[in-house]
Design a protein around this ligand. Structure first.
Ligand SMILES: *Cc1c(COP(=O)(O)O)cnc(C)c1O
Length: 355
């Protein structure tokens, strides 16, 4: 029996990905010259579809990196001389902070316990960049777009939003942020190996300012290098051409389905599972406060039943994701991405209620 993969990442492949991949091989995309007009058309196609899908304005640029972790690093290198400020509430937001430390910056964090979210934030004076994790994948806590807007009001700092495990679900107001990124093996349902970085001209200006001060912004994936090539829909290095091709196709499929329909389905599926967890005697939602409950990664506290529930679900074709880090033995995580059909969520909720 093939299992439906509810792990947040790599997650269930979007159903059209296999067919697009076969077609890519027929078109010899994996050996396509990346300096060709054909590649430029693929980059342009992906760029246009992502703009349509996510409402990205024209003064933002779309660059391709190897992963979201790489974008953690590149955004610190290019947007921070000394001080970044991080909202930390789990493993991924913490990683962004640690990468700033490893790059010898002096980051500051506001930290709350795992499972907690942020209602209010005070941005410290002198912060050059505010790092916000829209969906903390390790705990299933979301940070609202209202909080992002509040950070914007308070401070002239650049705002960088990690939306790796939430896009394309959230609706961002691009006036309230400067840098936004995701990688494709989560909600886009694609094979890993591609990070997408969306930045505005303020970011390019900041990187240029750092370069004029002789601050090191990196080499081939500095913002200036990205931009120099992107003007012609080119990339500095030989990129993941197959990944960009698949992103163009999958974004096209999302547009055909309609992003509003996808968002409504996401909410419907999340409701189903949260309701099942609310009714169950032993298995409970880890995140109790509705405002903090992620719609795209739902974490269940299962205590001593963790292994038994996991086996039970697997016997019905449903592969849950394990709890993250120290929660491995007591929690299960369920990704709610476009690749997870309404039917699969009905089955999942039904089986959890029966367990
Ligand atoms: C998975 C994840 C990352 C890291 O993504 P990679 O593509 O593996 O580097 C970063 N942030 C969040 C919120 C994630 O879920």
């Amino acid at each position: 029996m093939t299992l439906i993969n509810f792990t947040p990442g790599p997650s269930q492949l979007y159903p059209t990905v296999e067919g697009h991949t076969l077609q890519a091989f027929r078109e010899k995309i994996p050996s396509l010259a990346h300096r060709s007009k054909t590649f430029e058309a693929i980059y342009r196609g992906a760029d246009e579809k992502l703009r349509a899908l996510l409402g990205i304005p024209s003064h933002f640029h779309i660059f391709f990196a190897g992963s979201a972790s790489e974008i953690f690093e590149r955004s610190i290198q290019n947007l921070v001389e000394q001080h970044s400020f991080h909202l930390v509430n789990g493993a991924f937001s913490k990683r962004y902070f640690e990468i700033a430390q490893l790059l010898c910056k002096q980051p500051v964090k506001m930290e709350v316990e795992e499972g907690q979210g942020f209602r209010q934030v005070v941005i410290p004076e002198g912060a050059e960049l505010v790092a916000i994790t829209n969906n903390e994948t390790s705990t299933g806590v979301r940070t609202s777009v209202e909080l992002i807007a509040d950070a914007r009001k308070q401070s002239p700092a650049l705002i960088s939003v990690d939306a790796v495990s939430s896009l394309p679900y959230p609706v961002f107001d691009f006036r309230q942020l400067d840098s936004l990124f995701f990688s494709v093996q989560k909600a886009f349902g694609m094979p890993a190996g591609l990070g997408v970085w969306i930045v505005n001209d303020r970011c390019l200006e900041k990187a240029a300012e750092l370069e004029s001060k002789k601050v090191c912004t990196g080499s081939y994936h500095s913002l200036s290098s990205f931009r120099k090539h992107e003007i012609n829909f080119q990339t500095p290095e030989t990129p993941n051409v197959l990944g960009i091709y698949l992103l163009d196709k999958v974004a096209g499929d999302f547009l055909l389905k309609g992003v509003d329909v996808m968002r409504r389905e996401t909410e419907y599926k999340a409701d189903l599972l949260y309701q099942a967890l609310a009714r169950h005697g032993k298995i409970k939602a880890f995140i109790k406060e509705k405002d903090f409950q992620s719609q795209t990664v739902i974490v269940a506290d299962c205590g001593e039943e963790t292994e038994a529930l996991s086996s039970y679900l697997q016997s019905h074709g449903l592969q849950p994701g394990s709890g993250y880090g120290k929660f491995k033995r007591q929690q299960l995580r369920f990704a709610n991405f476009p690749a997870h059909s309404i039917k699969s969520f009905e089955l999942l909720s039904e089986k959890i209620m029966k367990f």
